[in-house]
Design a protein around this ligand. Structure first.
Ligand code: FHN
Length: 448
């Protein structure tokens, strides 16, 4: 194209704009070091804590093989082999309305879905590469867009899980702990992977789907010593949507710019899984993620479903530990949700319609969680959740406030109690058959 004075002017104007964008990006990247969450972000954190119960969804082209989301790695498939999978992914039964309605029926207030897992396959319409559902599958549509629209319609918050680890992109190099020889070249540009590919996709997720709850990162543990350019990525997210929460599943102490601390397969501070940090933030909202059977992605050989009572107890224990519970399902490749998941979730939802007051909007209560149960608190009410206690009397340590009355949440019947400087003794109503939790509501005296 011949150079004209106008095009020269346009070029200098563009150069100035790009320089300004670069300066502002560097500035906000540095600013993450002493990150001060915006008022919108702080409000989103409070809302997040109030929601308490979320639906985790692992769904991708790996679902076709019915062997979990790690199948690419576990079977040591080559790129050429795995590249054949998307051609078989045609989820004609996927209905965003049904998924969102199920989450609501379960009493879940948010959904966190894999926008891409470690196979790097984007389950959304990405222009950054053609390794995505719209360009590589016969389905050709963007299910995350449908899900986002439906979540907005039905008032459910949507979070995107995003794997930083990538088993497919050659620029994910040097490779990490989960590396195997799948046919990628032994060279690649790490900076391009992070700055162009990953940040490019994050920009799409934060731009094309309306307001989202946040980004749930996973996979940094594959290269724990690498420079992940976190300040830059975190600044980008907070700049595009200040209320979007950054939830990193890196199993480490939280870093500047992160908004929630999440724990996998464990309650905050526990480490039965073997990879969680015991450090628990006292400032950030907390979340604990778990599976409804033993798998994240659809696994045809896994029928080890948790019982409804088990899920209810986990939710209660999470709340008593001041945490949310993010409970996972792995839908079929055709988009249907296994009735084994659906019926359990509906039953939990029915239970929550009776017990929800003692969970939603609460924070961890004044009594440390114990084997017997936990407490939650909202305003001037403390909920004593008796989960595992066979005796008629339950003695609790001092709670720091005077109790004006106590009643059973389920039927409103008053509960006898005595309180003195040594603590509180409650006469626990006898457990009914199959009752996962006995909740006694303590109303605190005014002026406490
Ligand atoms: O490797 C993943 C796994 O597939 C799954 O996504 C879970 C969910 O918390 N996180 C990773 C392991 O930390």
């Amino acid at each position: 194209m011949p150079s004209t004075p106008q095009s020269a002017l346009a070029r200098s104007a563009l150069a100035i704009v790009l320089a300004a964008i670069a300066v502002s990006a560097v500035h906000s990247a540095l600013a993450q070091a002493d990150y001060q969450p915006s008022p919108e972000n702080l409000e989103a954190r409070r809302e997040f804590q109030d929601m308490k119960f979320g639906m985790f969804i692992h769904w991708g082209v790996y679902s076709i093989l019915g062997d979990g989301e790690w199948v690419f790695h576990n079977r040591k498939l080559t790129l050429d082999e795995y590249n054949r999978l998307p051609a078989f992914f045609d989820p004609e039964k996927f209905d965003a309305k049904v998924w969102v309605a199920l989450a609501k029926a379960a009493g879940m207030k948010y959904i966190t879905i894999t926008s891409r897992h470690h196979d790097g396959f984007a389950m959304f319409d990405s222009k950054v590469s053609d390794w995505n559902i719209v360009q590589r599958t016969p389905y050709k549509k963007d299910p995350l867009k449908m899900l986002a629209d439906e979540c907005h319609r039905q008032g459910i918050k949507l979070f995107f899980y995003y794997s930083q680890l990538d088993w497919h992109n050659p620029d994910y190099y040097p490779r990490g702990a989960t590396n195997w020889d799948n046919g990628r070249p032994d060279h690649g540009d790490w900076n391009t992977y992070l700055d162009t590919y990953m940040d490019g996709q994050l920009r799409e997720l934060l731009t094309n789907y309306g307001p989202i709850g946040g980004i749930w990162f996973d996979g940094m543990w594959d290269k724990p010593d690498a420079d992940w350019h976190l300040p830059k990525t975190y600044a980008l997210i907070h700049q595009l949507q200040p209320a979007a929460l950054i939830i990193p599943n890196h199993h480490q102490t939280p870093r500047p710019g992160e908004d929630v601390q999440t724990f996998e397969h464990d309650l905050p501070g526990e480490n039965t899984a073997g990879f969680n940090t015991k450090y628990v933030s006292t400032k950030l909202p907390l979340e604990s993620s778990d599976t409804l059977n033993d798998s994240w992605g659809f696994n045809i050989g896994d029928s080890n479903y948790k019982s409804v009572a088990d899920v209810e107890r986990r939710l209660v224990r999470a709340a008593g530990n001041n945490s949310n519970l993010l409970l996972n399902i792995g839908p079929y490749p055709n988009g249907e949700i296994d009735p084994q998941f659906a019926t359990r979730l509906q039953a939990v939802g029915e239970w929550l319609s009776k017990y929800g007051d003692s969970i939603y909007g609460t924070r961890g209560g004044p009594v440390p969680p114990g084997d017997w149960g936990v407490t939650t608190q909202k305003d001037n009410q403390i909920y004593v959740h008796v989960l595992n206690w066979g005796a008629p009397l339950l003695a609790l340590p001092p709670i720091g406030s005077k109790v004006a009355g106590a009643h059973s949440l389920l039927d409103g019947a008053s509960v006898e109690f005595t309180q003195n400087a040594d603590g509180l003794i409650l006469k626990v109503p006898p457990a009914k058959k199959e009752e996962a939790d006995r909740v006694i509501v303590l109303t605190l005296a005014k002026g406490n």
